[in-house]
Design a protein around this ligand. Structure first.
Ligand code: OOG
Ligand code: MG
Length: 276
């Protein structure tokens, strides 16, 4: 199939501007109507990763035009459990906006979502800007204001939650809602950001558990990847950004009536419940 001679160059944009705009409209419409669509590569089989990011950029422009503020960024598909669950082999990046943020302990309506799933992630709040292609874990930690538990509620716009990397990137990596909570801590208050245990309960039963090293061996590596990604697009990671570094386990489906709690070693717990 895609061997090295036939593999499309993922770095080049191949779609026309009208196609990019119409795909962004298609994804936005699916999101707003909570109605799933086929993955974009069904219609555009030659679409590249770079095309996916162009569609994401057009989607972002539409969100901003209707008043959403960009609060930060998300890395997705950063743990082996997530990659295996979704059948992809590389991380993807997206943006976080004010329309996705929900308070801790809040009731999340499933009526305006298609097939929500919950992920437990370590989130970072940045106090300094990061830029360039050679950022280290120490640079990330020095630029971090605090880390805090997060739950991300993802919701693919694609039928049966099935996609490829090109399509999911165009869909802003399935972003839908997110919650931060528990106990924020400075990184120097924690021995090692790789060895924090996380246990996720659904309706009182433990469903998944992991340590934070599940994310690229160190969740700061997800931020390094985001900074590299931004750098490749001529951007930097601004101070004040919130970053979700990616689910530490496979995502857990949620329906009205479900409650989810993630318990983080040293960082407290965070919960959401789902309603119609
Ligand atoms: C893509 C987004 C994955 C994560 O934390 O890994 C993600 C998906 O699985 O739908 O947000
Ligand atoms: Mg996520």
């Amino acid at each position: 199939m895609n061997d090295s001679t036939t593999r499309k160059n993922s770095k080049s944009v191949t779609l026309s501007e009208p196609d990019i705009d119409s795909l962004a409209d298609r994804v936005l419409q699916a999101q707003d109507a909570a109605t799933p669509i086929g993955k974009l590569t069904l219609d555009y089989p030659d679409m590249t990763i770079a095309d996916g990011y162009e569609v994401q950029k057009a989607l972002r422009a539409r969100w901003v035009a209707r008043g959403e503020r960009v609060l930060g960024f998300k890395a997705g598909l950063t743990s082996r459990a997530k990659m295996e669950q979704m059948g992809v082999d590389a991380p993807g990046f997206g943006i976080l906006t004010s329309a996705m943020a929900r308070p801790e302990n809040s009731a999340i309506s499933v009526t305006d979502l298609i097939h929500p799933r919950v992920e437990a992630e370590l989130a970072f709040m940045m106090k300094d800007e990061l830029s360039g292609s050679a950022v280290s874990v120490d640079d990330v930690l020095a630029a971090t204001d605090y880390v805090i538990p997060a739950l991300e509620i993802i919701d693919s716009r694609f039928e049966q939650f099935k996609f490829d990397l090109e399509s999911v990137i165009a869909d802003n990596c399935s972003s839908a809602r997110f919650v931060t909570g528990g106990r924020p801590m400075n990184v120097d208050q924690l021995d090692d950001l790789r060895t924090l245990g996380v246990v996720i309960e659904k309706n009182g039963n433990i469903e998944e558990m992991a340590a934070t090293a599940a994310v690229l061996n160190h969740p700061a590596n997800a931020i390094i990847e985001i900074v590299r990604h931004l750098h490749a697009h001529g951007e930097s990671l601004p101070a004040g950004s919130l970053i979700l570094t990616g689910g530490v386990t496979a995502a857990i489906p949620a329906a009205a009536g479900d409650s989810m709690v993630a318990r983080y070693q040293h960082l407290g717990s965070i919960s959401v419940r789902f309603v119609v």
